[in-house]
Design a protein around this ligand. Structure first.
Ligand SMILES: [Mg+2]
Length: 454
């Protein structure tokens, strides 16, 4: 019997604001940060979990993680693993902590970090990467692992079970396919607002040469500026001369690209406003971006404004521009309402915003075919075990900070994600101890050295 004996928490902050990485219309000064936890046991088994912030406040999340993780100390790991849905309910049910949510804000993302650590530990205990652990579940096991409270008006456990059973037969074949070809990806790294035109052009050319055909650009600070940068990007992604030598242009009318405003080489541009506009402003501004033919506008307005998103979607539909959101949708009920109100075309699940893998699974179960999680493990679960499709989905690839992770994600020669394959990597969250020692706030060697500077 293995018991959880304690945990370590680290407030890790990277000085990305110095280079403009991660800058958009709302978040102008991002130090990509991780509120990081390692669950410890009375054996060698550990579990790493994290959530994400952009700097100040990461310490507040760490305090909340401490409160949530305390609930797990003394628990038998096999009992936790045997019913991860029940484990999730238990983690969320502290009779006093619940008041400072419920299921939103700091306490919710902290719960996510801890839930992710339990999942990482579970996968390591079975010597499988997380996605493989989950796709090997029976339909019953998968439903049991899911956070189900408050969503039965969208899908019942019985309906979820029936859908998963229907997908059982093709799982082996889909696993072989995605191992072979990789999972579709898109790049944002070229389109941060803080970059110069020259840097945008160079990074876009590099991304095309690396095989990518979906690109995202940040917008919302200045329309003429956005149009200029968008035209630079389109002039590169629509020009076959930049494609890799072995790669012919894609058919813009193929099944994976239909309805995405793809250009002549099959390239797709998405734009992201990170919540800067009121509803009427969003409609006017995005109409002004018609010339650069975006597939969708991401986060046009406040993330809680479900009916506002619906109004924007309706107004932009005649222009062929869709609406996407989800990065700041704080729980599965928000996604449920976005879909019930027909407010969005593309669902973006942030695995560091929802409370861990169990809650992500609940969104995947009733949104098959339209959900885009932000982590390769979760996309693989969706494709192999749940929705059975991947060609219309694209998973964001942000090429920063990978060097700090023990088993970073990677991209193959066709610009698609490789399938994580190391039996000991769990959820691929583990950070190098040296990186933690260097960037821990405020006493890591980098921050001590930078004292008096930024
Ligand atoms: Mg975004």
């Amino acid at each position: 019997m293995t018991k959880i004996t304690g945990f370590e928490i680290h407030d890790v902050r990277f000085p990305t604001s110095l280079t403009g990485d991660g800058t958009d219309a709302m978040n102008t000064e991002c130090d990509y940060s991780s509120a990081y936890i390692t669950l410890l046991t009375d054996s060698d088994l550990v579990g790493h979990g994290m959530t994400f912030t952009i700097g100040r406040g990461n310490d507040i999340v760490c305090i909340a993680i401490n409160e949530v993780a305390n609930r797990l100390v003394g628990k038998d790991t096999e009992e936790l693993f045997a019913n991860m849905g029940k484990t999730w309910d238990f983690m969320m049910a502290d009779p006093q902590l619940r008041w400072i949510g419920p299921e939103k804000g700091v306490i919710h993302i902290a719960s996510g970090a801890v839930n992710n650590a339990v999942w990482d530990m579970y996968a390591r205990s079975r010597q499988k990467p997380l996605w493989k652990l989950v796709v090997d579940f029976t339909p019953e096991e998968l439903v049991n692992a899911t956070a189900f409270r408050y969503i039965s008006d969208a899908i019942t456990k019985e309906e979820a079970l029936a859908m998963l059973k229907e997908k059982e037969a093709g799982k082996k074949e889909r696993e072989a396919t995605v191992r072979d070809v990789g999972y579709p990806a898109y790049v944002t790294s070229a389109g941060w607002l803080g970059y110069t035109d020259e840097k945008v052009a160079r990074l876009t050319q590099e991304a095309v040469a690396a095989g990518f055909n979906h690109f995202k650009m940040k917008v919302g600070a200045d329309l003429s500026n956005d149009l200029r940068r968008g035209k630079i990007i389109r002039s590169i992604i629509d020009d076959p001369q930049y494609l890799p030598a072995n790669m012919p242009p894609r058919d813009p009318n193929s099944a994976g690209l239909q309805g995405k405003n793809a250009g002549p080489t099959g390239a797709v541009l998405m734009v992201d406003a990170n919540q800067v506009w009121d509803v009427p402003q969003a409609i006017e501004y995005v109409k002004g971006l018609q010339d650069i033919k975006p597939w969708f506008i991401e986060e046009p307005t406040a993330p809680d404004d479900i009916l506002g998103h619906a109004a924007i979607r309706k107004a932009l539909a005649p222009y062929g521009i869709g609406v996407a959101t989800g990065e700041h949708a704080h729980n599965r009920m928000v996604f449920k309402q976005l879909l019930q109100a027909e407010a969005i075309d593309v669902v973006q699940i942030d695995s560091c915003r929802l409370a861990g893998v169990s809650e992500v699974l609940s969104v995947l179960l009733w949104l098959p075919n339209s959900a885009v999680p932000y982590v390769i493990h979760l996309s693989l679960i969706d494709y192999i075990a749940v929705s059975g499709t991947m060609e219309r989905n694209v998973l964001e690839f942000v090429d920063h900070l990978h060097e700090h992770f023990v088993t970073p994600c990677s991209i193959n020669k066709n610009g698609r994600y490789n399938v994580p394959n190391n039996p000991g990597e769990g959820y691929s969250i583990e950070m190098h101890k040296t990186s933690i020692a260097e960037f821990e706030w405020p006493n890591g060697s980098y921050w001590v050295g930078a004292k008096g500077g930024k």
